[in-house]
Write a protein that binds this ligand. Structure first.
Ligand SMILES: [Zn+2]
Length: 289
């Protein structure tokens, strides 16, 4: 009857293992999605870089534009002043300044041309990169959609497993559940192990004292392995049968393997002897050829 309680913990552990596998499966989608998105993301970053470079150049163009405008105004004013000079010294001073401003203006104009040229090149580059990016995105989308749908299905599956688990946990003796959960939250994969046929812990294989083995088998109280701390449960009838069946199958397989090996050895030996006779016949056949 208490075997029923441990059976509950066994079932809970089975559910927890399923949940862990489902979580691992779910986590596996992240790297897959990243891999699919990667080419498009890299192109997007390139587009972003080109776009911001272009923006800087346009700012530079505007700065040069206003600097050019200021210099032109300055030149106009200096030319007006040239009409108002009263002597050669003043005239030469104004001319000197005019020359300086004019050559600065020429430098600005040259720089403007070069910036405009760069802007055209970067506009072309941006266009190319954007179309490459769009193409990559179009290629990525169906794969991404498929992965996202699969991930969503995995999430839904996990959520229903989790709710099944909590419904099931509610049916278990709260004290046993507390012990089980405490072992689990300590980071152990298995909180419960089945006592082996010869009375060892199914997790760490230390021998369990006879007295305790008895208690585990009768299921009177919850017993933990003194060596590793897992809850110990007795083998159920089905588990015993399944294990006996597996053992029998393994034994039968080993026997079959051994027989096959013996056959192969015998065959190899026969072949080796056959080869010798073969050599003889080859010699004998030579005249026929
Ligand atoms: Zn143990």
């Amino acid at each position: 009857m208490t075997e029923q309680t441990r059976a509950g913990l066994k079932e809970l552990q089975r559910l927890d293992e399923e949940i862990r596998a489902a979580r691992d499966f779910l986590a596996g989608f992240d790297p897959l999605l990243a891999e699919v998105e990667d080419p498009a993301l890299r192109l997007e970053a390139e587009v972003e870089r080109t776009r911001s470079r272009l923006q800087e150049m346009r700012l530079e163009e505007r700065r040069l534009e206003s600097s050019t405008r200021e210099k032109r105004t300055r030149i106009e004013k200096l030319q007006e002043r040239l009409n108002l000079v009263r002597n050669v010294r003043e005239e030469s001073a104004v001319n000197t300044e005019l020359d300086m401003v004019r050559s600065a203006l020429e430098a600005d104009e040259r720089e403007t041309l070069s910036v405009l040229d760069q802007i055209r090149k970067f506009e072309l580059r941006l266009e190319e990169e954007t179309s490459e990016w769009e193409q990559a995105r179009a290629e990525v989308e169906p794969k991404q959609k498929e992965l996202l749908e699969k991930r969503e299905a995995a999430r839904t599956g996990l959520a229903s497993m989790e709710s099944e688990r909590s419904a099931f946990a509610a049916s278990i003796d709260p004290n046993e559940l507390r012990v089980y959960d405490a072992i689990h939250s300590g980071g152990r994969r298995k909180a419960l192990a089945v006592l082996t046929e010869d009375g060892a812990c199914g997790s760490c294989f230390s021998m369990i004292p006879l007295q305790l083995q008895q208690e585990i088998r009768t299921g009177t109280s919850l017993i933990r392995c003194e060596a590793c701390g897992v809850i110990l449960a007795a083998q159920s009838e089905e588990e015993r049968e399944a294990e006996a069946k597996a053992d029998a199958e393994a034994a039968a397989k080993a026997e079959a393997d051994a027989a096959a090996e013996a056959d192969a050895a015998a065959e190899a030996e026969a072949e080796a002897t056959g080869d010798e006779t073969g050599d003889d016949t080859t010699d004998g056949e030579t005249p026929e050829a």
